[in-house]
Write a protein that binds this ligand. Structure first.
Ligand code: CAA
Length: 264
């Protein structure tokens, strides 16, 4: 999938690896363009869960590319922010769940891209932070918005204003990641979680993601209407017929048929 993105599909689970280890997987324009194209190419008839990780054993993503940003004008800076934000938003609203397997540095744009994913798990050598104010800029790929929504306003402001990095155990304590594993355990754990998600009814899982994401943007009266519509949308599907049929037939396995999404 280009020079800097690896894509590996294994049945219903696919892994995207940001592969620029010499620069600790820093995000330049080319990486962002290739990531965008990779997301467009995911076969959503087959893939039910994505894992996002970084190449090497040291870094997930060490941020946006500081060399590329160093000479930007105001207009170019804004355009670079939009480029990152557009790709990250595509990830956030991607129809299927995305798990960030954070295997090292997740700084600046690295912390930000992880927050565009549905679920974050990390290795015990992971380091998180928004160092931008030390570089004379604000976080620019969603950090000022998503960090506050993820860990609360007070903690987000402290991290962003101080530019202080935090280690995996603190990231876990403040709810930035769901779990911490050893470096060896991280990818197996991500795959196990992805497999668990992929075994569930695909339309229902997609609708849950949409209901949670869209519902959080509106007030509760509107949010429950979003849920009602997406709940209703599940009915008459193969997912719903098989899922409820298994229960009523007392099928001990209670497994859903793994059918391609387009046939659901
Ligand atoms: N941009 C460009 N290159 C980067 C980079 C980045 N964000 N982070 C690391 N690299 C490069 C280094 O320049 C170095 O390249 P060379 O070997 O060619 O010199 C290589 O990766 C290895 O890095 P270090 O030698 O610095 O490795 P280290 O182990 O000593 O330190 C580190 C690791 C603490 C992560 C350090 O590299 C670092 O502080 N990186 C910058 C982190 C950062 O500030 N990220 C935020 C960027 S701003 C941003 O992301 C804005 C936004 O919101 C959109």
């Amino acid at each position: 999938m280009g020079e800097f993105i690896l894509y590996e599909a294994d049945g219903a689970v696919a892994t995207i690896t940001i592969n620029r280890p010499k620069a600790l997987n820093a995000l330049n324009s080319q990486v962002l363009d290739e990531l965008d194209a990779t997301l467009d190419a995911v076969d959503l008839d087959i893939v039910r869960c994505l894992i996002l990780t970084g190449a090497g054993d040291k870094s997930f993503v060490a941020g946006a590319d500081i060399g590329e940003m160093s000479t930007l004008t105001k207009a170019e800076g804004e355009a670079f922010g939009k480029k990152g934000n557009d790709v990250f938003r595509k990830l956030e609203t991607f129809p299927i769940p995305v798990i960030a397997a954070i295997n090292g540095f997740a700084l600046g744009g690295g912390c930000e891209i992880s927050m565009s994913c549905d679920i974050r798990i990390c290795s015990d050598n992971a380091v998180f932070g928004q160092p931008e104010v030390g570089l004379g800029i604000t976080p620019g790929f969603g950090g000022t918005q998503r960090l506050a929504r993820t860990v609360g306003v007070g903690m987000a402001k402290q991290m962003i204003y101080s530019a202080r990095n935090i280690k995996a155990d603190e990231a876990y304590r403040i709810g930035l990641v769901n779990a911490v594993y050893t470096a060896e355990e991280l990818m197996p754990a991500a795959k196990k979680l992805a497999d668990t998600i992929a075994k569930n009814a695909p339309i229902a899982v997609r609708n849950c993601k949409k209901a949670i994401n869209d519902g959080l943007q509106v007030d509760m009266d509107k949010a429950i209407v979003i849920e009602e519509q997406l709940f209703g949308d599940c009915f008459e599907t193969e997912d719903q017929k098989a899922g409820m049929g298994n229960f009523l037939e007392k099928d001990k396995e209670k497994k859903l048929k793994v059918v391609p999404f387009k046939n659901c």
